[in-house]
Design a protein around this ligand. Sequence first.
Ligand SMILES: [Zn+2]
Length: 427
Amino acid sequence: MKKEIKCDLCNHEISEFLDLGNQPLANKYPTKKEFKDEDFLPLKVLFCKNCKNVQLGHKVSRERMFENYYYLSSVNEGLVRYFEGLAEELKDSDFLLDVGSNDGILLKPLRELGVDCIGVDPSDVAKVANDAGLETIVSFFDSDCVDKIIKEYRKPDCIVCSSTFTHLEDPHDFIKNLKNLMTDDGKFLVEVEYVGNFIKNIHFERFYLDRVFYYSVTSLKSLFKQYEMDVVDVEEISPHGGSLKLTIMNSSQNIEPSQRTINWLKKEESELTTEILTGFKGIVKENIVEFKNKLQEYKDQGLKVCGYGSPARLSCICNYGNIDENLIKFTVDDSPLKNQGFKHTPGTHIPIVSREELEEYDPDVIVMFAYEYFEDIKNKLNKEYKFLLPIPPKEIDYYVYKGYTRTIEVNEKGEQTDNLEAKWETK
Ligand SMILES: [Zn+2]
């Protein structure tokens, strides 16, 4: 008899809706010598219809995930601008803690605004922050770390967790620690990539082994409720191709959720269902076939093709579609941690090189894997190229990014709903 799998957020029965085959760890960039040591694990995605949680069927230990973790936030100019804006919003905090502070991308503008703040980060990049004078405790956010902060600093009235919450293996443990650390009237700001957008935009490649949970507003509400905390606001933000920023406070503060929070929950009732996710599976298959056919077509025509960016999602797409250097000669990454030392993409081993090699190679088509930073990347290139967006496959001869448009709707109660939409113009 098949063993029943339970949702790790609410403990109800959960079922599989997507199988992306065997995948390597997406944040490991092997050299030729290391190819033989690569691990492949099954990537199956499950849905809980009780709390609308999406999670993986297999968990990778966090120690394994974070060793040699190569993501440097501040290499990305778009993200730097975003965090400068966030710092401005949070400048009235008394004492702020950034959990998963990376290289200090939020701490830096906060310090410049005179806000008392520290970071916590377990990976090697914390050293980059400390070297720059941005105080960072090198640790996981666990009970020892919480004790240290209370003893050596004080309880923060604002705790931010902008990109690591989605990486947590055990969000329950995190929330218990958070609850102990935060002041009674403090707020917790969490940013998560929004699973509803993955479905809407066919971004199946955003499911990867080092992320167990893919959150919805409904699943976060249900999760925090178990610890007497409420989601009081939800805002759509731009990083990572459409994320959500949620504000969470202790239920004891009796804060009514904003109208836009209520709207999000309502939207998910119809847009995040078993039926929709079952249909998603077929759409994913069609798209990977179309992408691979397109690359094969270029090859048959004798066109030179390379990639731009080596994010984890490249690994998922290329491993699921079995796409290697026969179809994409190399991919460019601007981070010296990735483009030096003869590293390759995980699993299908496409070489990772610097931008200079792209200019020398002079490709006919660039596959834009780092698509949300299209504008920044395009500005760095010395000429206009033809681009291919991977999933859904879309050719763009010339690309004009018109920024995000923001429409604010005000309802009869005077409450605001923000709508952010990326404007892309092609010709
Ligand atoms: Zn659940």
